[in-house]
Design a binder for this molecule. Structure first.
Ligand code: NDP
Length: 285
């Protein structure tokens, strides 16, 4: 049984990006830049933003932090986004969600230049994903696909079940798995809270992707012998962090599994950095 080490994979990616950026800047190219916009005082968002800034610093990416008060007006936020859109040293724009009450997140995401939308939330990038065109892919599903690639777990011709249909994880992941290629070409079923027999659907999966947000909902009896289980869930319980899979019973059946923490989680920021570097490559080429 393979335990998929997302922490190590994310470190490898960060080291690769750092090497590429430092070689380019030594040759006189400007460093990649990421604008990070945080509105309000949400403690979880502050931690995420700090980690993203730290990740940028380690990879040699310049981060431009904009910390705005919770009573910021929509117009002022839109103006800041416009400013970031036109700054030549900004390759990516990250608007930390959720926004405080009174601000329209959808309108703000729409205002971000799709070519700088490194979170992959802009409808243009979502549309590109669905059409199979190049564009930015939401970081968590992109991180899942990168883990499959780096562990050489091909989904071609396999039965994949994605539990969860959110816009940021389940849906884009299902689209990525149906794209053509060795790490695509799967026959995909999407499950959600109205799926009548979740256990039977899960048992049919060669590849089982969990993005539910329910601690240990998926148990070993719901998993086919030898399945690959990718657990995106991050749940806080009284005995610490856990995934959507009951790790003990599921890992006894799986041929490969991501632990929580240390599986998909660390990949998200690595993919944000990768998207930023990709944008920078395109605009400095
Ligand atoms: P959402 O709450 O947006 O979506 C959860 C999905 O799970 C919904 O589609 C919901 O169905 C479905 N669901 C809920 N309960 C059940 C059930 N009992 N049976 C079947 N389906 C069910 O969550 P997200 O997609 O944003 O996140 C999912 C998990 O992934 C969370 O634990 C989150 O913390 C984690 N996460 C981790 C990230 C990382 O690793 N960096 C990044 C993003 C998320 P319905 O649509 O019918 O309500």
């Amino acid at each position: 049984m393979i335990v998929i080490d997302g922490k190590k994979t994310a470190q490898d990616i960060r080291a690769e990006l750092a090497a590429e950026v430092s070689a380019a800047t030594a040759a006189g190219r400007r460093a990649p830049g990421l604008a990070v916009i945080l509105v309000g005082e949400d403690p979880a968002s502050q931690v995420y933003v700090r980690n993203k800034e730290k990740g940028c610093a380690e990879a040699g990416i310049a981060s431009f932090a904009y910390r705005l008060p919770a009573d910021t007006k929509q117009q002022d936020l839109l103006q800041l986004i416009e400013e970031c859109n036109s700054r030549p040293d900004v390759d990516g724009i990250l608007l930390q969600l959720p926004l405080p009450k009174g601000l329209d997140a959808q309108a703000c995401l729409l205002a971000i230049d799709p070519a700088k939308d490194v979170d992959g939330f802009h409808p243009e990038n979502v549309g590109r994903l669905s059409l199979g065109l190049p564009g930015f892919v939401s970081c968590t599903p992109a991180g899942v696909m990168e883990l499959l690639r780096r562990y050489n777990l091909s989904t071609r011709g396999k039965k994949a079940v994605v539990v969860g249909r959110s816009d940021i994880v389940g849906k884009p992941l299902a689209l990525l798995l149906t794209r053509s290629g060795e790490f695509g070409d799967a026959t995909v079923t999407i499950c959600h809270s109205r799926t009548p027999d979740l256990a039977a659907e899960c048992r049919s999966a060669d590849f089982l992707f969990l993005a539910i947000g329910r601690p240990r909902l998926i148990t070993g009896d719901m998993v086919r012998q030898g399945a690959v289980v990718i657990d995106v869930g991050i749940n806080r319980t009284s005995d610490g962090l856990c995934g959507d899979a009951d790790y003990e019973s599921v890992s006894a059946k799986a041929s490969a599994i991501t632990p929580v923490p240390g599986g998909v989680g660390p990949m998200t920021i690595a993919m944000l950095l990768m998207n930023t570097v990709q944008s920078w490559r395109q605009r400095t080429a």
